[in-house]
Design a protein around this ligand. Structure first.
Ligand SMILES: O=c1[nH]cnc2c1ncn2[C@@H]1O[C@H](COP(=O)(O)OP(=O)(O)O)[C@@H](O)[C@H]1O
Ligand SMILES: [Ca+2]
Length: 543
């Protein structure tokens, strides 16, 4: 609209319509007194008549137009620069690879993090994982070469996953857990040969190989704790931490922070960290032979003390039968000393599916009698009462997920009832219900579920109340819960001891402030033109 005042003849009433584009609203004058409503409202700056405006309107002078254009360009440039300057640069990543050589299988994990901020924030995440085909490396004691070969397929995949230009700088670690701990106890030369074979295999890949070694039980427990607390951002934010429960095939770990534990009562169960400016005294313990596969061995050894040819096992479904070799069962150092003097080659196990009896058998593999500390879990091991929330992963998750028991708001009594019903279900029915599940796993879920409940309640002293604070988890924000991430973060020094300096304002806050200031400056510039505008001293002219 060019003019500030228009007089339009409306077709029907022939009434003039007054338009004041500078006023907050347009209005019709009341009939008979056209001028009454044309007076400018007090809050509105009334512009001069069109004829005057043409001469005086500052917007129409070339200087003002140029200044305005320059002002707008300046503001747009300022805001654009502010946005771009602080915007994270096109992400480039760095990588790290960890092989988890567990007792039952090996898994390859690739982690990635933004290249420009290695040690600043909790931003390391799992990019890829690969489950190595076949068994764990400790099962290749008689043919170590094959342990190395077994890793090749996943490692070729890892080569594809990491950009070529990063291969040389990508650290590669292999950590072995309880399977290799047991092999090392049993036959250290065999364990050395397995390590030699896997090292040779891994050195052939273009990554920066940092060695293969057995983790101590303490390390396994503590790095599992670091992983879950790092992934849930509790360390960086200095929040109360979550305990870690890891159930493997050959060992199991419990790690948590307790107010009643400062590390003095049993120093070997203590791990201290200073992370992001906070000190943590973590209680941790790893029970060798109490992973679920070795615990099954302990339970079977308990039932075959006298070397029988048949046993009725309450931890297996009714109708389930299996022939087991005595020498294989008693091969493990967890039970080798208990081998019956005179035993046949094998025994036949028949399931009876009785949860209560299974619970009794499982309890017998724990020693609750001796404790030289203020309190113990089992086997004379010191442990404070579980405190706070817990994340339970690895086999805890697989088993409880399968049994539909991951909801810990379900009372322990109900969990028991469900297990009772599940264990009593005939084997043929179980197979029909789960045709696609590996029968080795399927046959053992009754044992494993009962074992988990016994370990948590009687073993670690979880109560109805603290049980509800356990969360069965597989992943946190897309990364697997387990010791591998914590292990790599530690070896690459990626968690700083002190809290990193953070910018005064986050990026969004910075951009907002720059934008607001720019708009205010522009408004100021506009207002500075105001004195040349006319005020309401004149009545509008009606044409
Ligand atoms: O899908 C599954 N269902 C049940 N158990 C599983 C599944 N996948 C893995 N597991 C079990 O998880 C455990 C993993 O233990 P791992 O191999 O890490 O031993 P370790 O930590 O004692 O060295 C094994 O007992 C394995 O049988
Ligand atoms: Ca494990």
């Amino acid at each position: 609209m060019l003019g500030y005042l228009s007089h339009l003849e409306t077709g029907q009433t022939n009434q003039p319509l007054y338009l004041f584009p500078m006023c907050p609203h347009f209005h019709h004058p009341p009939p008979g007194n056209p001028l009454a409503s044309t007076s400018c409202p007090s809050v509105c700056l009334l512009p001069p008549p069109l004829s005057e405006m043409k001469e005086k309107n500052p917007w129409h002078t070339p200087v003002t137009i140029i200044l305005t254009v320059i002002g707008v360009i300046a503001i747009v440039t300022l805001v654009t620069v502010a946005v771009l300057q602080n915007k994270p640069i096109q992400q480039k990543y760095k990588y790290g690879i960890v092989l988890d050589a567990g007792s039952s299988h090996t898994a390859v994990y690739i982690y990635e993090w933004p290249a420009e901020k290695d040690n600043n924030t909790g931003r390391v995440q799992q990019k890829y994982s690969c489950k190595v085909k076949g068994k764990g490396i400790s099962s290749y004691a008689d043919e170590p070469q094959k342990a190395g070969e077994s890793l090749r397929e996943c490692m070729f995949e890892a080569k594809k996953q990491v950009p070529k230009n990063r291969h040389g700088e990508t650290p590669l670690y292999l950590g072995a857990t309880a399977g290799m701990r047991l092999l090392n106890l049993d036959d250290s030369s065999a364990s050395n040969k397995v390590f030699q074979a896997v090292e040779e295999a891994l050195q052939r890949f273009p990554f920066s190989f940092q060695g293969a070694r057995i983790l101590s039980g303490q390390e396994e427990g503590a790095f599992g704790w670091v992983t879950i607390n790092y992934l849930s951002d509790r360390l960086k934010q200095g929040l109360e931490t979550t305990g870690a429960l890891d159930l493997g095939g050959a060992s199991t770990q419990i790690s948590f922070v307790s107010d009643s534990y400062n590390g003095l009562e049993s120093p070997k169960n203590s791990v201290n960290f200073r992370l992001y400016g906070n000190d943590y005294h973590v209680y941790t313990h790893s029970f060798l032979c109490y992973g679920k596969d070795q615990a099954l061995g302990l339970a079977l050894a308990h039932q075959t003390k006298s070397g029988p040819r048949t046993i009725t096992d309450p931890c297996f479904h009714p109708g389930y039968t299996q022939t087991k070799n005595y020498s294989i069962l008693y091969d493990s150092p967890c039970v080798s000393e208990r081998k019956p003097q005179e035993a046949p080659l094998s025994f036949t196990l028949s399931g009876s599916g009785n949860f209560t009896k299974c619970h009794e058998v499982i309890k017998s593999v724990f020693d609750f009698t001796s404790c030289n500390y203020s309190r113990c879990s089992f086997n004379g091991v010191f442990q404070p009462t579980p405190q706070g929330s817990f994340g339970a992963f690895s086999a805890y998750y697989f088993v409880m997920k399968f049994l539909n028991l991951t909801d810990t708001s379900t009372s322990i009594e109900v969990v028991r009832e469900k297990l009772m019903e599940y264990c009593a279900t005939p084997w043929t029915k179980i197979v029909k219900q789960h045709p696609k599940v590996d029968q080795k796993y399927l046959s053992e879920y009754c044992f494993s579920g009962t074992y988990i409940l016994t370990l948590l309640i009687e073993g670690y002293n979880f109560t109805s109340e603290t049980y509800s604070k356990i969360e069965f988890i597989k992943k946190i924000k897309g990364s697997d819960a387990g010791w591998t991430l914590g292990y790599m973060l530690n070896l690459t020094n990626m968690i700083p001891a002190e809290a990193p300096d953070s910018p005064l304002l986050p990026h969004a806050g910075y951009v907002s402030i720059v934008t607001i200031i720019a708009i205010l400056l522009f408004a100021l510039f506009i207002l500075s033109l105001r004195p040349v505008w006319p005020t309401c001293s004149k009545q509008p002219q009606i044409v």
